[in-house]
Design a protein around this ligand. Structure first.
Ligand code: NA7
Length: 299
């Protein structure tokens, strides 16, 4: 199907969803958008999308529907709740779930949608809000290869690195495995930082030795920016990192795979959330570790 003619629905206009939807408008798709908090759809309406009143309306007539919501409950609700997508999706439409959910929820969604002849892909997204704005996300895709190929024009408007992983569940699992890697790396960076800080090593020196050695990473460069330029808007909520770490631990439990580092980081993320940092950027782990160590993050 020529991409200019494809009708697309979009549900979930949070930090990541809003810029993704904007890119679909820019790419020329006819877009109908819905978000639980209706105000967040206004900028999209100004940019040329049609703001609709229910998720069902967003699905009506759509060839593809992209969903970018918080978690399993949110996905269940927007798909199968009152006025949910499943009531409006036409036969043969492709539902693309970009949210990070449990593989079990993804599988459940695929099965229920198949019973009404709707195709389903899981396509959890990686990278930052900035990458979402630039259409440069990384996506891991699960589902049938045929559906993947059909959805490629949509995915390519959102992401520049797209990996077909295989059957439903595998892409979500791999995404969660990557999140546990990210969470443990952030915690490790915070511990590196406080130990060096406590002995008076300047931050510039900490970063200088890190950057020229074998341990450098884009994630640590991001942490550097958070320290150097404080006060930015969150790019990935700490509460979502905790959600993903919990999902990764669930998989570990189901498969009897020990993930001891992740279990430890879960405790710290839980503490951070209970201390009111859930709606902060995940980098707030650094602030918590600094507080525990009795050192300032800056200055
Ligand atoms: P945000 O900015 O927290 O956005 C979450 C979106 O999910 C937002 O549109 C929410 O609507 C929506 N949401 C949350 N719960 C519900 C329910 N119950 N029903 C309907 N809609 C809901 O997250 P991000 O954009 O950073 O991340 C999205 C996903 O990518 C997530 O899985 C991450 O782990 C990765 P609201 O605006 O609150 O009404």
């Amino acid at each position: 199907m020529a991409k200019k003619r494809a009708k697309v629905g979009f549900v979930g206009l949070g930090l990541m969803g809003a810029p993704m939807a904007a890119n679909l408008v820019k790419a020329g798709f006819t877009l109908r958008v819905w978000n639980r908090t209706a105000d967040k759809a206004e900028p999209l309406a100004t940019a040329g999308a049609v703001k609709v009143v229910t998720a069902t309306d967003a699905a009506r007539g759509a060839d593809f529907v992209v969903v970018m919501v918080a978690d399993d409950n949110a996905l269940d609700s927007v798909l199968f709740g009152d006025a949910g997508l499943s009531r409006g999706l036409k036969r043969g439409a492709v539902l693309i779930n970009c949210s990070t959910t449990s593989p079990a929820m993804s599988y459940r969604a695929a099965t229920a949608l198949r019973s009404i002849s709707v195709r389903y892909l899981e396509a959890p997204a990686m990278r930052s809000v900035q990458a979402a704005r630039e259409g440069k996300l990384q996506m891991l895709v699960g589902g049938s290869r045929e559906d993947f190929q059909k959805a490629e024009p949509i995915l390519k408007a959102l992401a520049c690195d797209i990996h077909y992983i295989g059957e439903i569940g595998k892409a979500e699992t791999l995404k969660l495995a990557l999140t546990l890697l990210a969470a443990t790396m952030v915690q490790a960076f915070a511990e590196y930082f406080v130990l060096a800080r406590k002995t008076g090593v300047p931050f510039e020196t900490m970063m200088e030795v890190l950057k020229v050695g074998p341990l450098d990473s884009q994630l640590f460069r991001y942490m550097e920016q958070v320290v150097v330029n404080p006060g930015g808007r969150p790019t990935f909520y700490l509460k979502h990192m905790l959600k993903d770490v919990n999902l990764a631990l669930d998989i570990g439990r189901q498969l009897e795979v020990p993930v001891p580092l992740t279990a430890g980081v879960r405790q710290i993320l839980t503490a951070a959330k209970n201390l009111g940092k859930g709606d902060d950027d995940f980098a707030a782990l650094l602030d918590l570790m600094a507080e525990w160590a009795g050192v300032p993050v800056r200055g």
